[in-house]
Each structure stands twice: as structure tokens, then as C-alpha cells.
Design a protein around this ligand. Structure first.
Ligand SMILES: Cc1ncc(COP(=O)(O)O)c(C=O)c1O
Length: 376
């Protein structure tokens, strides 16, 4: 079959094109009314009181850490099995990431390993809802409360996922999402922070706007002159209105996107759970998974290794990616010692398969056939 199947594709059409063009025509192109509208829509969707848009999830995480008072000398417990931005955001805040191992069944932080890592310097736990599958928030919260720690959720991939019937972002912690094109919805680049705390929301809004005491939107709509001040150091983490306009359209399509992803993942789960040389992810009872990505573990009894499977798929027109990376093994984290056997096994043995809403039945069938024929 002569096909080229990408690993991910954003779900965009002329609606997004029109929305962006309208903003350009209107002239207010950064941190204006569309950003405010997008924030309101997002907060209402996840069930949080506030949402603060940023330039990316990495900057969202950085802002959330700094505004939470985390900095030099502090430690933050994170899984190593994650995209490198999780740990980078901690380092950028001046704190030290302390790597925890994962539960190989879910690829999320192994809650039973957290307490042993807590020291006098620990300030926060940063669970990652890996590829959109919610981490066990109740158990993490219990540990956090016992040791007086903050929980900042890396929810980069988790838009639309649910923990015990509540959408991620609506649990009550600070949570950070990504709108990179490989995520469930996209704004090109972009991120957002959700919180229920009015003080936190206000400080985050200032932080992303150079620490300025007043927003451009407030100043523009005020009938009295406002002279701004800069009570705290901040950054430029502002989202543009073109991005927000794109995001508003994407939010309208979110239910459709999630349904299509779930349908494809169901077909994958059915097909691959019958193959004894493959292991499919386990979805805990508490979780509704958005399948931001779909991974498989290639077991030792497979006819080919994980890398060979990726190569054979590529030869048949199918892009794949290695499983989630292990941050502590990257050269820039070489000084951070950690013994993480499950993380290392999973990163070496897992593969991420194509999954995107516009994937056709033929494309899904082709992926299933090629994977099964290669490993059996
Ligand atoms: C778990 C996780 N955290 C953080 C990020 C960073 O997101 P962004 O690219 O929006 O900065 C990603 C992106 O891939 C991610 O997967």
C-alpha cells in the first residue's frame, strides 16, 4: 500500500484560517480581547475559576513555579519519564528536579516512590498526566498534604482527560497545558495555567506581562488614565490574539476531536491486546484518557526490537516515535543521579504510533496490520 502516515496532525480547516484573518484585520494582535475570551472558555471547560494564557506549557510551568515561591535551594519531585520541558521548567526556576520512577502500567509517577524522595528542601510535586492519562491525583494530594508540599500539574497533554469524573485542570491545583501542534488542540504554540486562587491568578497575569501592575486590556478600556508600576520581576510570556482566536475555534471542535481519538485508540487497543508480544497501556478505573498519544510496549518475545519495528513501519510509510524520553539520561541532566529501572525499561521498549482525528479507516487498518505482521 502506498501511504504516508504521520504520527500526528493538527485538526485545522478554513474556520481557523478565518478566525486568525479576522484578528489581523481588527488590528489588536497581542494579549487583547481574544486572549481574554479564550481564557474564559478554557477555565469554564475544565472547571477552574481562572485560566491564564502563556506562550507555551514550558513558560506556563516556569511561571507557576516562580509565582508559587519555588526557587534556588528548593527541590521539586518530577517523573523522569516525560518530555524534557517538565524538568527544564524546574531548573529555569532555580530549583532542583528530583526524579521519581514510574508505574510501568500507566507510565505515570509511581506514587509509592514519592515519599522516599522528600527532604527538608522539597517544596512541590509535579505529576505529569503522561500522554493525557491522568496521574493518581488523590494519592499525590494525600502525600502533599502530609508533607506540606504544593502540587503543580504538568497537564501539557491532558486537555479533556478526566480524573474521577472531573476534568484535568478542575481538581483545584495549579495545572499547566500545552497547545503545541502535537497536542489535543493547538494554537500553533501556546500554553495556559488554570487555578482556583484569585491571588495566584493575579500574580500570574502580572508575571507573564513583565510584572506590570495593569494589563493592556484594562488600560485600553479604562476611562481614566492609568500609570502602571512593576511591583515584581516578570517575563514576556504573552499569547497573541491570533493564537487565541485559533484556540477558540479549536475549543469548539474539542468534543469531536476527543471522540475521534478515542475511536482510533479503541481499535488499536482491541487489535494489540490480542498480540502476546505487545503490551497496551492500562487505563485505571479513575481515568478518562484523551489519547494525546498512543504507546505500546514491545515485549522481549517480539520477533523484532522496538527500533527495528520503527524502521519496518517507516519502510511501509508509517511514522512512529520512540516512547517517552527519560530525562535523567540526557547529557544536560548527567549530573542528576537517579536509579529508575522502570523508566529506563519503558523508554527503551515503547513506541508511539500515529493517532490524529483525521486518520482514515484505511490508515488505521494499515498501521494495525503492519505492526502485527512485524512483531509476530
Ligand atoms: C509532558 C510535557 N510537558 C511539557 C511540555 C512542553 O510544552 P510546550 O511545547 O508547550 O512548551 C510538553 C510538550 O511536549 C510535554 O509533553
Amino acid at each position: 500500500m502506498n501511504m504516508r502516515i504521520e504520527v500526528a496532525k493538527p485538526y485545522l480547516n478554513e474556520q481557523e484560517q478565518r478566525a486568525v484573518a479576522d484578528v489581523v484585520a481588527g488590528g489588536w494582535v497581542s494579549q487583547g480581547p481574544k486572549v481574554a475570551e479564550f481564557e474564559n472558555i478554557f477555565a469554564a471547560y475544565v472547571g477552574a475559576r481562572y485560566a491564564i494564557a502563556t506562550t507555551s506549557c514550558t513558560t506556563a510551568l516556569h511561571a507557576a513555579l516562580v509565582v508559587s515561591g519555588i526557587g534556588p535551594g528548593d527541590e521539586v519531585i518530577v517523573p523522569s519519564l516525560s518530555f524534557i520541558a517538565t524538568a527544564n521548567s524546574v531548573v529555569h526556576s532555580g530549583a532542583i528536579p528530583v526524579f521519581a520512577d514510574i508505574d510501568p502500567e500507566t507510565c505515570n509517577i509511581d506514587v509509592s516512590k514519592i515519599e522516599a524522595l522528600i527532604t527538608m528542601k522539597t517544596k512541590a510535586i509535579m505529576p505529569v498526566h503522561q500522554v493525557g492519562l491522568p496521574a493518581d491525583l488523590d494519592s499525590i494530594q494525600l502525600i502533599a498534604q502530609k508533607h506540606n508540599l504544593m502540587v503543580i500539574e504538568d497537564a501539557a497533554c491532558a486537555i479533556g482527560s478526566e480524573y474521577k469524573g472531573k476534568r484535568i485542570g478542575g481538581y483545584g491545583n495549579t495545572a499547566c497545558f500545552s497547545f503545541h501542534p502535537r497536542k489535543i488542540i493547538t494554537t500553533g504554540e501556546g500554553g495556559i495555567i488554570t487555578t482556583d486562587s484569585p491571588e495566584m491568578a493575579e500574580r500570574l497575569r502580572r508575571f507573564r506581562h513583565h510584572g506590570m501592575s495593569v494589563s493592556d486590556l484594562e488600560r485600553h478600556t479604562s476611562h481614566e488614565i492609568i500609570i502602571e508600576s512593576y511591583p515584581e520581576l516578570g517575563y514576556n510570556y504573552r499569547m497573541t490574539d491570533m493564537q487565541a482566536a485559533l484556540g477558540i475555534v479549536q475549543m469548539q471542535k474539542l468534543a469531536e476531536i476527543l471522540k475521534k481519538r478515542l475511536d482510533i485508540a479503541d481499535r488499536y487497543n482491541k487489535a494489540f491486546s490480542e498480540i502476546s508480544s505487545l503490551r497496551v497501556p492500562r487505563i485505571p478505573e479513575y481515568a478518562l484518557h484523551n489519547y494525546q498519544s498512543y504507546w505500546l510496549e514491545v515485549l522481549d518475545k517480539s520477533r523484532v526490537s522496538r527500533n527495528m519495528l520503527m524502521q519496518r513501519l517507516l519502510e511501509q510509510g508509517i511514522s512512529s516515535r520512540r516512547g517517552i524520553m527519560a530525562i535523567h539520561r540526557e547529557p544536560c541532566y548527567i549530573g542528576y543521579k537517579a536509579k529508575l529501572p522502570e523508566t529506563e525499561r519503558i523508554t527503551d521498549k515503547t513506541i508511539i504510533l500515529p493517532l490524529y482525528p483525521s486518520m482514515t479507516d484505511d490508515e488505521v487498518r494499515h498501521v494495525i496490520e503492519c505492526v502485527c505482521n512485524t512483531v509476530c
